[in-house]
Design a protein around this ligand. Structure first.
Ligand code: GLP
Length: 241
C-alpha cells in the first residue's frame, strides 16, 4: 500500500483527484470505479473544475459505481445514481449511457446483482476503483461479516451504517435497510484501488484497513492483499497509523 497523509480534507481531495485525472489522461477510455458518500465529493469537485478549464475529458470513460440503496428510484435525491449525476456526471462530458450504477428498483435484486457482476467483468473490471470507508470498515456496502462476500449481492445494512447515513435523510427511519453492493471479489479485481478518508472519526477504520489483521469483521483489511492500493488520508484520519 502506498499511503499519502495530507494536511486536510482539501488537500486529500486534490491528491485523489490528481490520481484519477492521471489515470484518465494516460488511458482516456479507462473504466473508473466510483464511490459515493461525503468523502469523495471534494475530489469530484476538483475533477469538474479541471474539466471546466479544458484540461480533462471523460468522453471515452466508462464508470461503474459500487452500490445503490435497494428501493430508491434514481430521482430520489439520496439515491446513489442521483448523487453521481449531481456531483459529477451532469458537470462533465461523460457519456451517461456508459455510467453504471446498480438498479435499486430492480424487481429481482439478486438477478440485478448477478447481471451487474457480469457487466463489470465484461468491461474488464475497473482500471481504478475509488473507495471511501465506513466507520466500521465497510467498503461499498460490504458490511463486517463472518466471511468476505465475493460477488455483488444484496446486503442488510448495519445499525451503525444506518445511523451514519441518517444525516442525509429526514430521519433514520427513512434510510433504506438494504442495498445492492459490489462484492469484495469485484473490488479486488480492480487493477488499482484508491481509498480516501478524512477526519478523526475514521482513524480506527483506517488503522484496521492498513495495519489490522485481514479479517471479514473489518472488510477494508482485505485491501492489504491487493497489489496496487493507494490510500489518501488527511492527518486526522491517519492519526492511529
Ligand atoms: C456509505 C457508502 C460507502 C462510503 C461510506 C462512508 O455507506 N456506501 O461507499 O464509503 O458510506 O461515507 P462517508 O464518506 O460519507 O463517510
Amino acid at each position: 500500500m502506498r499511503i499519502y497523509v495530507t494536511e486536510d480534507y482539501a488537500s486529500m481531495s486534490r491528491k485523489a483527484a490528481a490520481i484519477i485525472a492521471a489515470q484518465v489522461v494516460s488511458k482516456p477510455d479507462s473504466v473508473l470505479g466510483l464511490a459515493t458518500g461525503s468523502t469523495p465529493i471534494g475530489a469530484y469537485k476538483q475533477l469538474v473544475e479541471w474539466h471546466r478549464q479544458g484540461d480533462l475529458s471523460f468522453n471515452e470513460v466508462t464508470t461503474v459505481n459500487l452500490d445503490e440503496y435497494k428501493g430508491l428510484p434514481p430521482t430520489h435525491d439520496q439515491s446513489y445514481r442521483y448523487f453521481m449525476n449531481d456531483n459529477l456526471f451532469n458537470h462533465v462530458d461523460v457519456c451517461k449511457d456508459r455510467t453504471f450504477v446498480p438498479d435499486g428498483l430492480a424487481a429481482d435484486a439478486e438477478a440485478e446483482c448477478a447481471a451487474y457482476d457480469e457487466k463489470v467483468k465484461a468491461l474488464g473490471y475497473a482500471d481504478i476503483q475509488l473507495l471511501g470507508i465506513g466507520h466500521n470498515g465497510h467498503i461499498g456496502f460490504n458490511e463486517p461479516d463472518e466471511s468476505f462476500i465475493v460477488p455483488t449481492h444484496v446486503v442488510d445494512l448495519t445499525e451503525s451504517t444506518i445511523k451514519a447515513n441518517a444525516r442525509f435523510f429526514a430521519s433514520a427511519d427513512e434510510v433504506p435497510r438494504q442495498a445492492l453492493t459490489m462484492g469484495i471479489g469485484v473490488i479486488m479485481n480492480a487493477k488499482r484501488v484508491l481509498v480516501v478518508a478524512s477526519g478523526a472519526d475514521k482513524a480506527d477504520a483506517v488503522y484496521g484497513m492498513v495495519k489490522g489483521p485481514v479479517r471479514p469483521g473489518m472488510p477494508a483489511s482485505i485491501l492489504q492483499l491487493h497489489p496496487d492500493v493507494t490510500v489518501v488520508v488527511d492527518k486526522a484520519a491517519a492519526a492511529k497509523l
